[in-house]
Design a protein. Structure first.
Length: 195
């Protein structure tokens, strides 16, 4: 049985164990010159493809998943992160820029998990339509960062785009004046994602 086939309770227990262990292991790994990745085995895909090490911030220029974000988008993220830090909130990048190969792998995994291309499209875009591949999207955590951005992000042009993805943000500079755009229920409902 693979991890994806494990019962939901087992997967939850594994996530909780990882959440408890990673904050302890990450500083130790970093001190030894290593970075813990958030991804499982991706068949050779690594940091250079957009995999994000555990605990990555929007200021980690040595991580391509951050450094390859669109410059105005990254600048807005960094301005917001500085202001959020003053409120005691830290931004953690869970995903940012990705290579087409990495996005293709995520899409295949989503099809396997959800059972069809149509169902997978509700969560993962194709490489041709993903804003992650263009460096125009970031998935942020923790929940406190998401709440902070939901309340204040429009002032920086940083907006949630999808109702089912509270972690996914993109740059909408006009939001500083007009407010955040209406949410698409899922990526599949976003006209930009239709080829």
């Amino acid at each position: 049985m693979t991890r994806a086939d494990a019962p939901p309770r087992t997967r939850r227990l594994r996530r909780r164990a990882a959440a408890a262990i990673l904050p302890v292991l990450s500083p130790l790994a970093k001190a030894l010159g290593y970075r813990l990745l958030r991804i499982r085995d991706r068949g050779g895909l690594g940091i250079e493809d957009g995999a994000i090490p555990y605990g990555t911030s929007v200021f980690d220029d040595d991580v391509p998943g951050v450094a390859n974000l669109d410059p105005p988008f990254l600048a807005a993220l960094r301005r917001a992160a500085v202001d959020a830090a003053a409120d005691g909130v830290a931004f953690t990048v869970n995903s940012g820029w990705r290579t087409p190969d990495y996005q293709r792998r995520l899409r295949r995994e989503a099809v396997a998990r959800y059972g069809s291309e149509e169902a997978a499209a509700r969560w993962v875009s194709t490489p041709e339509t993903s804003p992650h591949v263009a460096g125009a999207a970031v998935d942020l955590g923790p929940a406190s960062a998401q709440a902070w951005l939901d309340a204040r992000g429009a002032a920086y042009g940083l907006c949630r785009i999808y109702g089912n993805e509270p972690w996914h943000y993109e740059l909408r500079p006009e939001a500083a004046v007009t407010g955040p755009p209406s949410l698409f229920p899922t990526p599949a409902d976003d006209p930009r994602h239709r080829v």
